[in-house]
Every structure is written in structure tokens, then in C-alpha cells.
Design a protein around this ligand. Structure first.
Ligand code: ADP
Ligand code: XUL
Length: 539
């Protein structure tokens, strides 16, 4: 897509930019002080930077476990994007602040001496030329990498077990989490580790480009490393030592996600016409930035019903567990957010639709309308592929007496699937510290959020109103909101005060009066049955 300049804001009114360095593309959005989107643009890595030969923005290596992206591709994408913005006539001197997000967990290794290079970028050349020798590792491990199993085990052993590690860092050890990736680099390519004077996340790497110096890792994205103590918001000594020597020096000191890190470097002033006073607000991870873009409030839960189902929530009292992740909250320093991923989402709904309602979403919806809340006691678990939360596989159906059954009628099957999915989402969210409080909203997004009957079940199971929201670009928009907030955060203005003019989500379902009673019971029963499934030997 080429750049789009939208509304006619006053020609000299201030602008705020949000960038998103995601897996497949680099995106930008510009908003004005009234939160109107005035410009959007993007660079697709595969098609616009074909010389890097990525597929979906990454290289999957022959072991199938190692997944990397070329760091210079990200740098070149920024050159291209800024050229496009300037070419589209966007007056960059109006930008008061910028921020951004990056795919979480990925790591960038700056070669010794790179900080000097960053300080003296010559505006006649593009960043890609200037920085070509600045990285000690050309191909950065990204979140899709799962090659660090051994390092995960070592880290958990050093911390005193998976539960202790989750308690400290918000997550048990995960292969894609940056600490384990750094440990793997140190063990397998010690020279490259030694030659790295600084290690950034994708988010803080991107902020460093704008600053012309190393940007701090923010608390929220820093929580996806298995290195940060999410309560003290400092690096955990135990984790640092278990991963690699002299790591603290290479990571720098983590900072609040709302910090202004400095102003754009003179490179951006001279080459693109930015103002010298344009502030760079700490960049963060894409999921935290989406939380900001959706303006999630305490008690709210965002449910994304895409290929897989993802839940974000704002939590006040986190209870890190062996599943899901707790991160520091990106907009309110003392609070937390949780993230849960469920693999069997839309694809499983599609299979049940194909087998029971002739491939029609209309008939699938009719089946939900025509069956009662609680499904006459029929309940089901549909893990077509190995689920992440919980780690179980297979289809398991039970009648009202908890007897296993091999099939249900078509209508009951559809309801068992959708109720089962949402009861599971609520159960696991509650285990991470989520609790439904008065005023709780469920914000639904993703492909299946156009289906009113599915959202009615979601509302009934959570006993809360459901609102819909178009999430495309929420990380980018959240970054622009964060840029604006960063300017006033120090003086105590809350994020919500800053974004109160943003468009409200749309109410689409409210819970049935009997929902509370039906699903409170089902939650307990589902938890008990889930436990028994997990005890069974896997097929
Ligand atoms: P992703 O971003 O993960 O690729 P989307 O958020 O675009 O996915 O969601 C795609 C899914 O939306 C499809 O797999 C499809 O099952 C689901 N979907 C589309 N329309 C409907 C509908 N009317 N009812 C239920 N699900 C739907
Ligand atoms: C979250 C995760 C992904 C990446 C890529 O833990 O791995 O969502 O942030 O977008």
C-alpha cells in the first residue's frame, strides 16, 4: 500500500508518530493532537526489499527451529519509509514526539564501536549504508525461533525451577525469550557475543536509530526476555548470570515505558526536516503497544479471535504461572498486563462449522441461537492440534453426567465448542490474575468478531458486555498515543486523560440474566475435566 494522507488538520498543528517494526512489515501512523489519523504508510519486507530474500519477513533455517531476520533489512525499511513519508508531503517538522513498537523477543547485537557511528550519522547517506558494519550478528533471532530448548532448561535449573523463574520474570523459560537466545549465541558463537558492545530488543534497536545512541529497553518489552524481575523492574542477577557473562553492561538500564529518551538525532533534522526538539519516547513490544492502542483499562480484557485466539488483559495483582506471560504494563508504571495464546481458535471453529453446519457461518450462528446457555450439560474440549494453553491435544466430549461421549448432535456440538473455548479463555485468564469487576469490558477483535452469536456466547461466559474494535494497526496507533502521552507522563497526566478523545468501541452483546449462574458452575466443572485430560497419557 502506498502512503495515505487523510484529514485536513491545521497545516502547522503538532503531529505524533507511531512506528511498528513487525514481522512482515514496517508501518507508521501519524496522528494530530485530536487523535485523528492524518497519515499512514508501510514497507513490506518481502516485496519491497526482495534483496533480503525473506518469506514473511524471516528466514527459516534448515533445522526448522532457527528463525532469523536480517537486521539491515529493518534499517533499510526505515530509510524507505521515511523517504515515502517525505515524498508524500508530510511536514515532519510538525512532529513533536515519536514512539514505536517492535515484534517482541527478537534481539539485535551492536558491534563494538557502533555507538560512535550512531553519534555521527552523515545526513547525505542513508542509514543502511552508514550502519552496514555496525552489527556483530547480521541475522537476528526473532520470536518464531525455537532453537534454544537447552538454554531454557539451564535457565530454569539456575533459577530454582520453572515456577520460581515465572515468579521472578513473569514467564517460565520460553525458547523465543531473549535471555535464552543470548545464552545460545554466547555458547555457540562466543566471538560474536564478545564483539557486541550492546544488545537491544527490536523495539529499543529502532528507538536507537532515531536517537543516534543506544536506547534503553523499556520495562514492558523487557518483560519478554526471562531476565527482568517484573516487580522490582531491575535485571535479575540470577538470570543474567545464568545466560551470559557481562550481560548487564550490554543491556543497559531498563526504563519506564513512558520515558522520553531524548530528541531525534541531527541526522533526522538535516535529512528529513524533523524539529530538533522532536522527542523520542521509549519504544515497546507490539503486544504492549496494542494494549495502548485499544486503550485497555483495568478490568478490561481484549480477545482477538484470529487464526489463533490471543487474550491481553490488564492485571493489578499478577499471579505468574507456568502458562501465559505477565509483562509490566506499558502505560501505567505500577501495573501489569498478561498475554495468553490459544492455538485452536478459528481453524477449529471452521472445522466444526464444516462438519456440522455445511460450511455456513449463518447456520453455525443459528445453532448457537437455538441451543440453550449451558448446552444441557454437554461440554467439549477441541484441541485439533497440540494446544499451548493448556498443553493438551485431541477432542474430548462429555455429557451432563461427565461421561465421555463420542459425538453430540450438530447444534450441541457447535455450542460445546464455542462455550468450551470461552470457558477455557476465562479460566486461564483468571489463573493469571484476571478478575471480573464491575465495569469490566470484553473488547473483541479479529476475523470471528464479526459474528454476533459467537460474541453473545463470549459475553455470557465472561458475564460482561462485549465491544468490538478494529484492531488492524493497533500497535502502530498505540505507539502514536504513547508518543503523545510520553510528553506529559512525567507531570503525572495519565494515559487515559490523553486518549479520551479517541473513538469509542461499539457495544455488540450484553450477558443474559442467567449467564452468571450457568457459567460459574461450568467454570469449575471445566477446570476439573481439564485436569483429568491433562493426567491422561497423550495419544
Ligand atoms: P489472522 O489475523 O490471525 O490471520 P483474522 O483475524 O483475519 O486472522 O481471522 C481470520 C478468521 O476469521 C478465519 O480463519 C475465519 O475462521 C474467521 N471468520 C471470518 N468470518 C467469520 C464469521 N462470520 N464467523 C466466525 N468466524 C469468522
Ligand atoms: C508474543 C509474541 C508475538 C510477537 C510477534 O509473545 O511472541 O506476538 O510479539 O508479534
Amino acid at each position: 500500500m502506498s502512503g495515505r494522507t487523510m484529514a485536513a488538520a491545521a497545516p502547522d498543528s503538532p503531529l505524533y508518530l507511531g512506528f511498528d517494526f513487525s514481522t512482515q512489515q514496517l508501518k507508521v501512523v501519524a496522528i494530530d493532537g485530536n487523535l485523528n489519523v492524518v497519515h499512514q504508510d508501510n514497507v513490506q519486507f518481502d516485496s519491497e526489499l526482495p534483496e533480503f530474500r525473506t518469506q514473511g519477513g524471516v528466514h527459516i533455517h534448515t533445522d526448522r527451529l532457527t528463525v532469523t531476520s536480517p537486521v539491515l533489512m529493518w534499517v533499510k525499511a526505515l530509510d524507505l519509509l521515511l523517504d515515502k513519508m517525505k515524498g508524500a508531503g508530510l511536514d515532519l517538522s510538525r512532529v513533536r514526539a515519536l514512539s514505536g513498537s517492535g515484534q517482541q523477543h527478537g534481539s539485535v547485537f551492536w558491534r563494538t564501536g557502533a555507538s560512535e557511528t550512531l553519534k555521527q550519522l552523515h545526513p547525505d547517506q542513508d542509514l543502511h549504508q552508514l550502519l552496514q558494519d555496525s552489527f556483530s550478528v547480521a541475522d537476528c533471532p526473532v520470536w518464531m525461533d525455537s532453537s534454544s530448548r537447552q538454554q531454557c532448561e539451564e535457565l530454569q535449573a539456575a533459577a530454582g525451577g520453572a515456577v520460581v523463574l515465572a515468579h521472578i520474570t513473569g514467564s517460565r523459560a520460553y525458547e523465543r525469550f531473549t535471555g535464552n537466545q543470548i545464552a545460545k549465541l554466547h555458547q555457540s558463537r562466543a566471538d560474536e557475543y564478545q564483539n557486541s558492545e550492546r544488545i537491544s530488543l527490536v523495539s529499543s534497536f529502532a528507538a536507537s536509530l532515531f536517537l543516534g545512541g543506544y536506547a534503553a529497553i523499556d520495562y514492558s518489552d523487557g518483560s519478554g526476555m526471562n531476565l527482568l524481575d517484573i516487580r522490582t523492574r531491575t535485571w535479575s542477577e540470577i538470570c543474567l548470570e545464568a545466560c551470559a557473562p557481562d550481560l548487564e553492561r550490554r543491556l543497559g538500564t531498563p526504563q519506564p515505558s513512558t520515558s522520553v529518551l531524548g530528541s531525534v538525532s541531527s541526522y533526522f533534522v538535516h535529512r528529513y526536516g524533523f524539529s530538533e526538539s522532536c522527542s523520542v519516547v521509549a519504544f515497546t513490544g507490539d503486544n504492549p503497544a496494542s494494549l495502548a492502542g485499544m486503550r485497555l483499562q483495568p478490568g478490561d480484557i481484549a480477545v482477538s479471535l484470529g487464526t489463533s485466539d490471543t487474550l491481553f488483559l490488564w492485571v493489578q495483582q499478577p499471579r505468574p504461572a507456568l502458562e501465559g506471560h505477565v509483562f509490566c504494563n506499558p502505560v501505567e508504571q505500577r501495573e501489569f498486563m498478561a498475554l495468553l495464546c490459544f492455538k485452536n481458535g478459528s481453524l477449529t471453529r471452521e472445522r466444526i462449522r464444516n462438519e456440522n453446519t455445511g460450511g455456513s457461518w449463518e447456520l453455525f450462528s443459528a445453532a448457537l441461537r437455538e441451543t440453550p446457555l449451558g448446552n444441557n450439560g454437554n461440554i467439549g474440549f477441541y484441541f485439533d492440534s497440540m494446544e499451548i494453553t493448556p498443553p493438551a491435544v485431541g477432542v474430548h466430549r462429555f455429557d451432563r453426567e461427565d461421561n465421555r461421549v463420542s459425538c453430540l448432535g450438530p447444534g450441541a456440538e457447535v455450542r460445546a465448542l464455542v462455550e468450551g473455548q470461552f470457558v477455557s479463555r476465562r479460566l486461564h485468564a483468571e489463573r493469571l490474575g484476571y478478575s471480573i469487576i464491575p465495569g469490566t469490558r470484553v473488547l473483541a477483535t479479529g476475523g470471528a468478531s464479526c459474528n454476533k452469536e459467537i460474541l453473545q456466547v463470549l459475553s455470557d461466559v465472561f458475564n460482561a458486555p462485549v465491544y468490538t474494535m478494529d484492531l488492524s494497526g493497533s500497535a502502530c496507533l498505540g505507539s502514536a498515543y504513547r508518543a503523545l502521552h510520553g510528553l506529559v507522563a512525567e507531570s503525572g497526566v495519565s494515559f487515559f486523560d490523553v486518549v479520551k478523545k479517541a473513538p469509542e468501541p461499539k457495544l455488540v452483546a450484553t450477558p443474559h440474566p442467567t449467564a452468571q449462574q450457568v457459567y460459574q458452575q461450568m467454570l469449575q466443572r471445566y477446570a476439573r475435566l481439564e485436569e483429568s485430560i491433562l493426567q491422561e497419557p497423550r495419544p
